[in-house]
Design a binder for this molecule. Sequence first.
Ligand code: FRU
Length: 503
Amino acid sequence: MTDNTLRRARDFETRYAPLIPEDQRPAFHLTPNIGWMNDPNGFSCYKGEYHLFYQYHPYSTDWGPMHWGHAKTRDFLHWERLPAALAPDQDYDGGGCFSGSAVELPDGRQLLVYTAVRKRLGEDGRTTEIQTQALAIGDGVDYEKWPHNPVLTAADLPEGGSPVDFRDPKVWREADGSYRMVVGNRPADGSGSVLLYRSEDGIHWSLVGTVDASHSQYGQMWECPDFFPLDGKQVLFVSPQEMSPIGLEFHAGNGTVCLIGSYDAENNRFTRESVQAIDYGIDFYAPQTLETPDGRRIMIGWLQNWNTLSCRPRDCRWFGQMSIPRELSIRDGRLCQLPVRELEQYRCNRVSYQNVLVCSETNLHQVEGRLVDMTVEIRPAQRELYRSFRVNVAKDGEYVTSIRYRPDTSILKIDRTRSGSNADVVHTRSLLVRPQDGRLKLRILMDRYSVEVFVNDGEQAASVAIFTRQQAAAISFDADGSVMMDVEKYDIDLDRKESTGNE
Ligand code: FRU
């Protein structure tokens, strides 16, 4: 294996990616150049721009030997596609360049830290994968793998830690110039943990200890950790495999978990105060965050889940998309998230309705579309509480994606059963929202192939991928009982510049 592997990937994407029509992709959610995309990697600021790499297999729309795809943006919405950054071309990473992260070095170069996977044939004829952490350094386009890779191996694990499940380093630079990195691992009890490492130069690393561990309470192997301060608290993100469901908070399979607490860095002691899901929809996994120069913590996730891969379009040359980048905050001890404020510059064609009485199927003039940012606020129209309220989007005679709320149970249910996929996978998800006597505020963001719902000013988010034909663009409202509703709806137009977003 040589760097021909990377050249081949770059040639392939240069040749075939332009054949994918832009209007057959989301407009502002990142998709791979061509082929397959999973986790966001290396989401970071570099030389005044935001870079995002991703788990990438250019040659098919299925997971395969992992490369790193690459894109950058100034506003989190217009993405410039860059050539593939890493390919699995060394002895130590021939099994794949798995997830990782990036940081700008003081000398102006960009450091990538990734999981190198090496396949090993055991004496019993079984192949195992050994995972180590490796580095690559570059200029924002081309990267050289560090000659002394890997930099973290089985020798750097705590006792009992598995070298088979040791992956997804998330690196950052501390105020004093030193570096930290968290890595997911499977400890001796077979579940998941997050390890912390430190380095003075970003190159030489040593183990600090374990930050937190699942003990099989929140799934098994903890993938893709992130660890950052937010609004006076410390937040740990993990994406556990093999979760058992817990009420409506956590569903089975691959989930996302946010642990909020306090952190005593001197003693590496993280004290949990609360635990919640990060996204309550069907399609969200492996999120990663960055801090902007103006101090915002922005998260992006894979708008997809391993458990629903067969829900996909036919004859499409890309698969997998990223979520809208979301601004994070903590309110009343909970993680809140809203689309990046940059989106507001691209809102146009504002339509607004106030005090609409909904007691049967209701359509509103000009409330339609598939590139839409819409806020719906409801309250009971009478003293008697309504039984349910529903918003239908991406709708025509055949298709619909719906969001239904029942105030008596406080359950919001997203249903994409008729959203363009006939795969027999999970198509509905229910979440418990904060009861407010029948009041509810939903912000619904659509970008051709996705619906992201932000509940009560970002208290909860729920994402689903949809594959409905674009002509299915009607939006309607319905209630069992009577509901008073306000609607504010914008189209999103990315070609729009310098707009106030208010006309
Ligand atoms: C999470 C994950 C990571 C791994 C990558 C491989 O979705 O399984 O743990 O690094 O995907 O593509």
